[in-house]
Ligand binder design. Sequence first.
Ligand SMILES: [Zn+2]
Length: 232
Amino acid sequence: MALQKEKTDSVLGWEVHDHLRSIGIETPMTPNTTDMMDKRKLSIIEDHFEKIMETLGLDLMDDSMQDTPRRMAKMYVNELFWGLDHKNFPKCTAIKNKLAGVNTGHSFVLEKGITVNSVCEHHFVPIYGRATVAYVPSGKVLGLSKLNRIVEYFSRRPQVQERLTEQIRAALSYVVETPDVAVYMDAEHFCVKTRGVQDENSSTVTLSVGGIFAEDSSDTRREFLNLARMPS
Ligand SMILES: [Zn+2]
């Protein structure tokens, strides 16, 4: 999925940002670029990437590479890292939960197989995997595609998987106004596959749970984990 500007909510984005910062899990950022126009970012990144390539000894006059600095800048700003801009948080129109107050136990809504397409902040190479997200609706319910959108928004940043998982849980919790949220993620890190230990087959699993999902002995937690671990 690409960024759909008409489906964003900047007010909610700033609220979620403040919330994440207050609980210490917002992505570390400096305020200097908050108001910088994308055009300016593109030209600065293009300049710097040109220097990186030149330093590596690459000939930027070569017609295959001459546009690479511009392409890299566009890819960073418009495709890989648009989740750094709080204005791009997805619109999350919630509808009233008609079952609220009806005794449904702890039945939850779960979506699995959500694509995680992110970038590792230590090496700037891909993190690729799947997430399972669930919540127990209290007063508010969301359209299912919003769960994908929230995962996508936080994935479009340089990330560490642990923080990414936490951010998705905390943001969803904020939006649907319940602590009963769980996120399970299984992802491959290309920095592990292609460099360092070069282990091609390992994957990393992270879990972030709140409310009923955090209670060790709860059936809700057990059911969630069973469903999340089941191959899609
Ligand atoms: Zn890495």
